[in-house]
Design a protein around this ligand. Structure first.
Ligand SMILES: *Cc1c(COP(=O)(O)O)cnc(C)c1O
Length: 455
């Protein structure tokens, strides 16, 4: 009889009913969003044309430790949560490591990733405010899919600007969104002023997240009854994603498991921030200690090679300025296959924690990531998303290190989603045609040169 089951699920009455706001326990708070013109902190009133009221309150709130999860969102969560905390017995055996490996699997819903956790919250607050609909951008398509599902459930209109190269490469994602009733426009488009401007400056461009954000914001602010919502980076999103960490924390406590290392992939930082928040809170309060590792692609290394500075969140420079580790809003990463990790900046919460040396970061190359993904699929059965596989790769590296040192460490990582829409990328890897692209310092320079000048 094994003491720890393969999968640890929580009972319904053990499920979290509040999200946790780690900013409360941070000695150095994340820097405030600034008005791009005046460089003064953005006020509630200034943000109202763009974001939903309640979400702005959460965004600006450094002092409320817990936010009650509204009943309707709890009901929705029940459709696909709790997500399993899995003990990776098979992987441990294959690696022949004394380490104990756990992963929290967020891919068991139709959208295929953790993004649904915040999509339903954001759609709910939009609905509560009496809005007609929301606009957003999507890169690889996971966020757009999650938001379409949430909007369909609540009867809200959903307008998605999808980065053009993904729109063309991932037609199935597009059709999932349309099945849930969303309208999907390839970005840059002729529909917005900023889209037309970008198309004129860069004819034939395949688009970027930063550009799609600008189009979605412009559309929201020009349409009556619409607001803009975002799938990562913002503090409110990280707060919603703490459902991942809170479930994990409760499940581990139940079985008296203490993770030594907690690992997650970092795109905009919301999934990792959500996973580590309750544990980071303990570390910040001096109650426990953990190692936290953010994993990013070597092709888009915002934490490991970026600058900690105020930057534009979008190409069109219509959003507030955020202080974050960034490669510059003008940085366009090479066409890596981890679409969800291609954003130029990082959550201001994680940026501050990293700057305070409370969290580590590493970057990994995509062929090594797919190698880990393949091994994981063959041993644990789940076909992981390329984004999630960044965390798998580093968790495996740490487990192999334990084998060398004989240490029985407990490793926890976030498995953010499944990779069924990434088979084109898997195909490249299987054919031996995948390459690694690491930008040179000289190639990063123009992005840094484009950072806003702050006095
Ligand atoms: C979007 C996405 C990510 C990146 O998440 P962040 O919270 O932005 O860091 C990781 N994995 C999957 C599967 C995703 O869809």
């Amino acid at each position: 009889m094994r003491e720890i089951p393969y999968k640890i699920y929580l009972e319904e009455n053990e499920m979290p009913t509040q999200w946790y706001n780690v900013r409360v326990d941070m000695k150095n708070k994340p820097a405030p969003l600034l008005n791009p013109t005046t460089h003064k902190p953005m006020t509630y009133e200034e943000l109202r044309p763009v974001f939903c009221d309640e979400l702005i309150r959460q965004e600006l709130d450094d002092t409320t430790a817990y936010f009650d999860i509204p009943q309707e969102i709890l009901e929705f969560y029940k459709m696909y949560r709790p997500s399993p905390l899995v003990r990776a017995y098979c992987l441990e055996k294959t690696l022949n490591t004394p380490a104990k490996i756990y992963y929290k699997f967020e891919g068991n819903n139709t959208s295929g990733s953790h993004k649904l956790n915040s999509a339903i919250a954001q759609a709910y607050y939009a609905k509560q405010q009496g809005l007609k609909g929301v606009t957003t951008e999507t890169g690889a398509g996971q966020w757009g899919t999650a938001l379409s599902m949430a909007c369909a459930y609540l009867g809200l209109d959903c307008k998605v600007f999808m980065v053009k190269c993904s729109y063309e490469q991932k037609p199935f994602r597009r059709e999932v969104m349309r099945t849930y009733g969303a309208s999907v426009t390839p970005s840059p488009s002729e529909q917005t002023e900023v889209g037309r401007r970008i198309l004129e400056a860069h004819p034939g461009t395949s688009g970027s997240l930063g550009c799609a954000i600008s189009e979605a914001v412009e559309t929201a602010t020009h349409l009556d009854g619409y607001r803009y919502v975002l799938g990562s980076v913002l503090s409110q999103v990280l707060v919603h994603q703490t459902i991942i960490g809170l479930e994990t924390h409760t499940a581990m406590k139940k079985y008296d498991i203490h993770p030594d290392i907690i690992i997650g992939c970092a795109g905009g930082g919301s999934n990792l921030g959500g996973l580590i928040s309750p544990f980071m809170g303990e570390k910040l309060r001096g109650e426990a200690d953990y190692r936290f590792i953010a994993v990013e692609p070597a092709s888009c290394p915002s934490l490991t090679r970026g600058r900690y500075a105020y930057d534009y969140c979008d190409t069109g420079m219509v959003c507030p300025l955020a202080k974050m580790y960034t490669l510059g809003s003008g940085f366009i990463p090479s066409s890596s296959h981890a679409g969800g990790l291609r954003y130029h900046g990082m959550s201001s919460i994680l940026s501050q924690l990293y700057d305070d040396k409370l969290m580590e970061a590493v970057s990994v190359e995509q062929t090594s990531v797919f190698k880990a993904a393949q091994q994981f699929a063959r041993t644990e059965g789940i076909l992981p998303a390329p984004e999630s596989s960044h965390a798998i790769k580093v968790a495996m590296d740490e487990a192999i290190r334990c084998k060398e040192t004989g240490e029985e460490k407990t490793i926890l990582f976030g498995l953010t989603g499944t990779g069924y829409f990434d088979m084109f990328a898997y195909g490249k890897y299987n054919d031996g045609e995948m390459s690694d692209y690491i930008p040179t310092d000289a190639e990063l320079e123009p992005g840094f040169a484009g950072l806003p000048k702050m006095e």
